[in-house]
Structure formats: C-alpha cells, structure tokens
Design a protein around this ligand. Structure first.
Ligand code: NAP
Length: 312
C-alpha cells in the first residue's frame, strides 16, 4: 500500500546509482535509496580505504571501490557527494567512464561553481543536473548519515538552458522519493539565497566561537560554564566540517562577500546606535526582525517557539 502524500514512482527508478563520496550526505542518500528501493545496484566510491571499510561495514551499498571511475561505469545516475573543492577533480576522473545517457548530479552547497567545474569535462550525451539537498547536521562521515535526513526539507535543482528535461525529471523524482520538496532555480540565484540563509550564519558562528576561543583560559572556562542557548547553538554550528566550509567560502566567494559587506554595514549601524544610546533605533530594528521569524513559522519551516526556562 502506498503512503499518503508520497509521490508514486516506478521502482527501482535507476538500474545502477553510483554515489561518489560517502560522508554525511552520501551515506544518508545511500540509506534513503536503499530504504525506498530506488536503485537496483548502489555503487559506492570514496577516496580513502578507511572510509570505504566503514561504508562496507555499515552495508551502505552493493559494491565498494576507491576508484570513482569504476563505480561510475555503467551507472544511470552518478551523484557526487564530495566537498566542493573536489568536484572538478572527480568529474575529470569519471568522465571517460560515463555511459551515453548517464545523468551526473551532485549535492554541493554552491551551484555556479559546480556548473563551471563540471561543465567542460563531461562527454556529449551525459546530462548534468546540479542539485542541493538543503538538509544537514554538523557531523561528518558515513556513520553520521541517516535515511530520514532529507524528510520534509527542500532540494534545489539548478538546471541550465541546455539541461535535458527528462534528466531533471528523474533527479527530481529521486529527491522526492527521498522525502524532499523540490524546487528549480537559477544557479546564481541559489548561491545568493544560500549565502544569506546558510553561509552567513555559519560564518557568524565561526566568528563568535572564534572570539571566545581567543580569550584567556579563565574567561574561556566561564564562557563554557555559563553558555546559554544562544552561544551553545553557535558552538554546535561551528563544529561543522572545516574542509566543507573552506570550500563553500572559496566556491561561493562573490555571493558571500556581497552579503558579508551588507552584514558589516548593519553591524556598524548597530554599534553606532548602542554607542549613541539610540533606543528607538534599536527597538525598531529588533521589532522588524521578528517578522522574519513569524514568516518562517507561517511557512511551516520551523515549529513555534517554546522558550526554555533557563534562557534569557
Ligand atoms: P563529509 O561527511 O565530510 O564526506 C565527504 C566525503 O567525500 C568523504 O567520503 C570523503 O572521502 C569524500 N571525498 C572527498 N574528496 C574526495 C575525492 N577527491 N574523491 C572521492 N571522494 C572524496 O561531507 P558531507 O557533509 O557529506 O558533504 C558533502 C557535500 O555535501 C559537500 O559538497 C557539501 O557542500 C554538501 N552538503 C553538505 C551538507 C551538510 O550539512 N554537511 C548539507 C548539504 C550539502 P574520504 O573520507 O574517503 O576522504
């Protein structure tokens, strides 16, 4: 019996899926593909033997290799789940092995860079469908993944004018079958939106926790002891993988620099208002920002807040 509200697809949707990179996102995808019966064969490739052994022990796939081209050979769909800085290298390594009609997709957090890094290296007859499942945690590696990671979250596809629409339909079907809501968007627009909703908050977390890290030992101990919800949340976000975030900054450089410029200006305005005792300015600013919170709740993107008693 099919579940209500879940799209119905032919199963398996793909004869062979190759997942290259089996960390948090790759292993969650492998689990979801298995759980929903979306592929006849799941081929897994990663860079190190150590990670490959973990993936095999967890039973995430049907075949395992450190040779990405071997995993990609004969696959109907190849999903690159590697850090953004490795997309181009992996694309080049597998391009000669891809069969005609194969779809190549990815999960990278920035999209114009993926189109640029993969575009030139793919043979004719191979369809590139860039994708970004906007779901994650601060953990990494194959043990960190779980099949329901994607449930109810958005996945953004950024096809170009040349992208094969059948291929887009199939990648859409994959993520919908994994529980995601799918939207299509221009890659540059995706990068601007994610710069503010995801990349800027991450950089703010790194900065706040970095400031605390640079304080003297006595102050640091007190910060940890008295850390209330706000700071604790930042430490969780700032514990995310440094390689992934290094690559996001380098690959979404323009959009991030643009939003950091605006943010710095707003921070300067705030600093000036506090320094000049401009209470009205502060109250107006703090009231205006509440609207965004209400909007997020109205759109079903978060649950209404219940304020914990130990927080101010
Ligand atoms: P992760 O847990 O650190 O896993 C990365 C995987 O990529 C590892 O299996 C690693 O292999 C493999 N890898 C790295 N370089 C490789 C190469 N040259 N060839 C083959 N495999 C390689 O990272 P993740 O969090 O899953 O992130 C993967 C991608 O998802 C990134 O592009 C990121 O932007 C995107 N993303 C992340 C999140 C998130 O919250 N984490 C959310 C949405 C999208 P070894 O361990 O063998 O070295």
């Amino acid at each position: 019996m099919s579940q209500p509200n879940k799209p119905i697809f032919e199963r398996p949707m793909f004869e062979r899926i190759a997942i290259i990179g089996i960390g948090l996102i790759g292993s969650s995808l492998a689990r979801a593909v298995r759980e929903h019966g979306l592929a006849g064969h799941i081929a897994i490739a990663t860079r190190s033997n150590q990670t490959l052994e973990k993936a095999e022990k967890l039973g995430l796939g049907d075949s395992y290799t450190t040779d990405a081209a071997l995993a990609a050979a004969d696959a109907d769909l190849v999903v690159l789940c590697v850090p953004l800085g490795s997309i181009g290298v992996v694309g080049k390594a597998i391009s000669g092995a891809l069969k005609s009609g194969a779809i190549i997709s990815d999960v990278g957090s920035s999209k114009t860079s993926v189109i640029k890094d993969l575009g030139g290296s793919l043979p004719d007859g191979v369809h590139l469908v860039p994708a970004h499942p906007v779901a994650g945690t601060e953990f990494s590696g194959p043990e960190a993944g779980y099949a329901s990671l994607f449930d109810g979250h958005w996945c953004v596809l950024t096809p170009t004018a040349d992208t094969n629409m059948d291929a887009v339909k199939k990648v859409r079907g994959l993520w919908e079958a994994c529980g995601m809501k799918v939207e299509e968007m221009d890659a540059a627009h995706h990068d601007q939106v994610l710069a503010i909703t995801s990349h800027l908050p991450q950089l703010i977390a790194y900065t706040i926790v970095g400031t605390a890290t640079d304080m003297e030992d006595d102050s640091k101990r007190e910060i940890m002891k008295y850390s209330a919800g706000g700071f604790r949340d930042f430490t969780r976000i700032a514990a995310s993988d440094p390689v992934m975030w290094r690559d996001v900054c380098l690959k979404n450089k323009d959009a991030i620099l643009d939003i950091l410029g605006r943010f710095s200006q707003d921070l300067n305005n705030l600093q000036r208002a506090i320094s000049n005792d401009e209470g009205d300015f502060l109250e107006t600013m703090f009231s205006r920002t509440r609207e965004i919170r209400s909007g997020i709740i109205e759109m079903g993107q978060d649950k209404p807040d219940i304020k914990p008693k130990d927080q101010t």
